[in-house]
Design a protein around this ligand. Structure first.
Ligand SMILES: NC(=O)c1ccc[n+]([C@@H]2O[C@H](COP(=O)([O-])OP(=O)(O)OC[C@H]3O[C@@H](n4cnc5c(N)ncnc54)[C@H](O)[C@@H]3O)[C@@H](O)[C@H]2O)c1
Length: 317
């Protein structure tokens, strides 16, 4: 199958590209390298360095004629979205709209969209959050990511463009950039690797649903070919792990005795979350295969290896 992956030089998109190539698909990657890394792009993928907002995107769609588009390119920084809401909306909404227009004009069959299960619900009213939970994002990023879900519905309604929304929990694993704000696992690993204390905002009792990037990539591969009744799936583990707990896992995997520093909590940060993943199991035949200890172990091993070899942590291994 011919597949175009946006954001395929980034953390999650590059794993999706690797798995799709392994499965025998023909892959083109579009990425402007704003946070991604050229070294992440699979050598067997055709790479186009381009902004998803560019009018030149249509030319790439015409040349590549993708059957499926997997859309991961985004402005992912929550604090940046609050500081520069127009820029966040430009990339996440207008950029996505450009992709949908190109898809409609060039006969793409299906779009798979990476949404955010962590940002769309706000502070949960009940747990686990399922697809019926009210959508009340409390940051600009959450609004911009969710807005695209409406456009996907509209494009199917108007033009018959099929789609699947995969709403991710907190994804972690190799190639996550510790300089970003979202990846607490990679941030803690990078601090401890350089002998510095990690900072935990608030008490550390706030919980997250941590899902391993390899499992997330598998969900994308399944969504490419499965016909499902639902078009929205949460992709997580349905397990709550506190930030203190994830810190202890990482410190233990790295054999570090360093104690974390506690700083004031971040205003607007949600207290608890875990996602209901039963529809993904039922309809996509997907479930997370990597336990937290195993996933943290793999991420630590990758980080140490990447640094030993003098590579940027974003690099390919
Ligand atoms: N990491 C998570 O825990 C998580 C959780 C929920 C949803 N998501 C979603 O998954 C997707 C991938 O996130 P990630 O963590 O891999 O982030 P990432 O920053 O590693 O990847 C995003 C990629 O998109 C590229 N990009 C950004 N703006 C672009 C633009 N205007 N034009 C072209 N390319 C552009 C970047 O260079 C980067 O390679 C995003 O859509 C994000 O919203 C991630």
């Amino acid at each position: 199958m011919s597949v175009l992956i946006t954001g395929g030089a980034g953390f999650i998109g590059s794993h999706v590209a690797d798995k799709a190539i392994e499965a025998g698909h023909s892959i083109a990657v579009v990425d402007n390298l704003s946070t991604g890394n050229r070294a992440n792009v699979n050598r067997r993928a055709r790479f186009y360095r381009l902004d998803i907002c560019s009018p030149r995107l249509e030319g790439i769609f015409k040349k590549e004629k993708p059957e499926v588009v997997i859309h991961h390119a985004a402005q992912i920084n929550v604090r940046h979205s609050v500081k520069e809401p127009a820029f966040d909306a430009k990339v996440n909404i207008i950029g996505s709209l450009n992709i949908l227009e190109c898809a409609r004009k060039t006969g793409v069959r299906k779009v798979i969209y990476a949404s955010s299960g962590g940002a769309r619900y706000g502070e949960p009213e009940y747990l686990p959050c399922d697809e019926l939970h009210p959508v009340s994002p409390i940051c600009h990023y959450g609004v911009s990511k969710h807005t695209v879900e409406h456009y996907l519905y509209l494009y199917r309604h108007l033009y018959g463009l099929d789609y699947t929304i995969l709403a991710y929990a907190n994804v972690y694993g190799p190639r996550q950039d510790p300089k970003g704000e979202a990846g607490v696992v990679s941030i803690f690993i990078s601090r401890l690797a350089s002998g510095e204390q990690a900072v935990i905002f608030g008490s550390g009792r706030q919980t997250r649903d941590f899902v391993y990037v390899g499992d997330v990539a598998d969900a994308n591969i399944l969504a490419m070919r499965k016909r499902t009744r639902s078009r929205y799936f949460n992709i997580g583990t349905n397990c709550e792990t506190s930030v203190n707990q994830i810190y202890r896992e990482i410190a233990s995997a790295m054999k570090s005795g360093l104690k974390p520093i506690h700083a004031p909590s971040v205003p607007g940060e949600i207290r608890r979350i875990r996602l209901d993943i039963r529809p993904a199991a039922r309809e996509l035949g997907w479930k997370p295969m990597t336990g937290l200890r195993e996933g943290v172990g793999k991420t630590v091993a990758w980080y140490i290896d990447a640094h030993k070899n003098g590579m940027r942590a974003g690099g390919r291994r």
